[in-house]
Design a protein around this ligand. Structure first.
Ligand code: PXP
Length: 271
């Protein structure tokens, strides 16, 4: 059956990726993998106020197509992901569920209850279209380190979404974070090559600084089929969190194809 064949292919692909990952780790290099943010599937559903498309089903398709993780942001305003989604994702995601969240008590309680594989703390503002800047970790040391302690008590690793700024990396380290996710938005939104090169250097320097401090490093926001390869080629980065570009392409080419293409770009860039 087609379904069985594609599941077996995905399994084989994951095994090959794992072998390659182990080989690169032996050589002292990380190979970044692709985590797909499925919020946009929920945004489309909420726009109609009905029950499709389903981000839980989409997450499974992303995994079969080669995604190594699923990211979902349960916002306080519930504009896309709903409680039902995050709970079902917890039960169905076979790779790794990264729950993106603000530090609101209600959302913290849900994370502690459902136990995602990791959480990524982000700043959340009511009026924003998407997460805008990184967290001001230094300015909120007490609050953030408290959340990290609570998560660690449940053995949930914590990533902090920060701008590519060494002061924020240092503050993340002092707050006890396991990971930082370096914000790539300004690099992706650059209006000319000079600006893009400058922003790239900031991302590369912040990522390397974090890695050398012993933090694990992810990156994301705004990455697309043109801008991802350069970031994926950075040795210090473990995971790329990508949503909008993949979902935008999926509308035209289908989700499987869109995820496979992005995973291939990352694989190629990391070699
Ligand atoms: N990382 C974080 C912390 C985000 O908030 C988002 C957007 O939800 C992403 C990555 C993915 O960004 P994009 O949808 O632009 O790929």
């Amino acid at each position: 059956m087609d379904h069985e064949r594609s599941a077996a292919e995905a399994d084989l692909m994951r095994r090959r990726e794992e072998e390659l990952y182990q080989q690169l780790m032996k050589e002292g290099r990380l190979m970044p993998h692709l985590a797909i943010n499925v919020d946009h599937i929920a945004t489309l559903r909420q726009a109609r106020g009905i029950d499709e498309p389903d981000p839980v089903l989409a997450a499974g398709i992303c995994e079969l197509a080669g995604a190594c993780g699923i990211v979902a942001h349960l916002r306080e305003d519930r504009r896309h992901m709903q409680d039902r989604d995050i709970r079902l994702l917890r039960q169905t995601v076979k790779t790794k569920l990264n729950m993106e969240m603000g530090a609101a008590p209600e959302i913290i309680a849900i994370a502690l209850d459902i136990h995602p594989d990791m959480v990524t703390l982000v700043p959340e503002k009511r009026q924003e279209l998407t997460t805008e800047g990184g967290l001001d970790v230094a300015g909120q040391h007490k609050k953030i380190s408290r959340v990290i302690k609570d998560m660690h008590q449940e053995n949930i690793p914590v990533s902090l979404f920060i701008d590519p700024d060494q002061n924020q990396v240092q503050a993340a380290l002092e707050a006890g974070a396991d990971f930082v996710e370096i914000h790539t938005g300004r690099y992706c939104d650059a209006e000319n090559e000079d600006e893009r090169n400058r922003e790239f250097d900031l991302v590369a320097e912040a990522a390397l600084f974090a890695y050398n401090q012993g933090l694990r490093v992810n990156a994301g926001h705004g990455l697309n089929y043109q801008t991802t390869a350069r970031i994926a080629a950075l040795d210090s980065i473990e995971e790329l969190s990508i949503g909008h570009a993949v979902m935008a392409r999926a509308i035209i080419t289908g989700l499987t194809e869109a995820v496979r293409e992005m995973a291939a770009i990352i694989r190629q860039a990391a070699l």
